[in-house]
Design a protein around this ligand. Structure first.
Ligand code: OFO
Length: 170
């Protein structure tokens, strides 16, 4: 397999695992700050990011390359508010979209059409990930900042987590 493509996929493997740990840290924060529904949603999202990582690992190994298990950065562990948490989700997903775009560009430059084709799944996934982050921010805005609004928002997040678990993703 082309070494530049293999290196770029290994970098994305690290990014997906770091996404998983960021959402895990966010889930912990929500758990400790009275948002159990948001916590369940983010724990499920952390699992989904791990699945994104494993899918890349399997692909690299299937193509005869070697997926590396890498040292990771410590994620952010504290946020000012639940709004701050979910703004962080959207900006993180926008950053991941640009990483996936760059990875796709490496494949095109190296004429690795098999990997470009494989990456279509990730490109579509980023459309969905950004859309659901925006949906959550819309819900938060509608909820306002009263205790009642926050309670309803968190109940909605619990329902979103349950729906995602039934559908097999977060
Ligand atoms: Fe892996 O999609 Fe979110 O980050």
């Amino acid at each position: 397999m082309n070494q530049k493509v293999a290196d770029a996929i290994n970098a994305q493997i690290k990014a997906e695992e770091e996404s998983s740990r960021l959402y895990f840290a966010m889930a912990n924060w929500c758990d400790m700050n009275g948002f159990p529904g948001s916590s369940a949603y983010l724990y499920a999202h952390a699992d989904e990011e791990r699945m994104h990582m494993v899918k890349l690992v399997n692909y690299l190994n299937e193509r005869g390359s070697h997926a590396k298990t890498q040292a990771l950065e410590e994620p952010q562990n504290n946020w000012d508010s639940i709004q701050d948490v979910f703004k962080g989700v959207l900006s993180h997903e926008e950053m991941v979209t640009s990483l996936i775009n760059n990875l796709f560009e490496v494949c095109m430059n190296e004429k690795d059409y098999l990997t470009s084709n494989f990456l279509q799944w990730y490109i579509q996934e980023q459309v969905e990930e950004e859309a659901s982050a925006r949906t959550v921010l819309d819900k938060l805005e509608l909820a306002g900042s009263s205790q009642g609004g926050m309670f309803h928002f968190d109940k909605e997040m619990e329902a979103m987590a349950a729906a995602a678990a039934t559908a097999g993703n977060a």
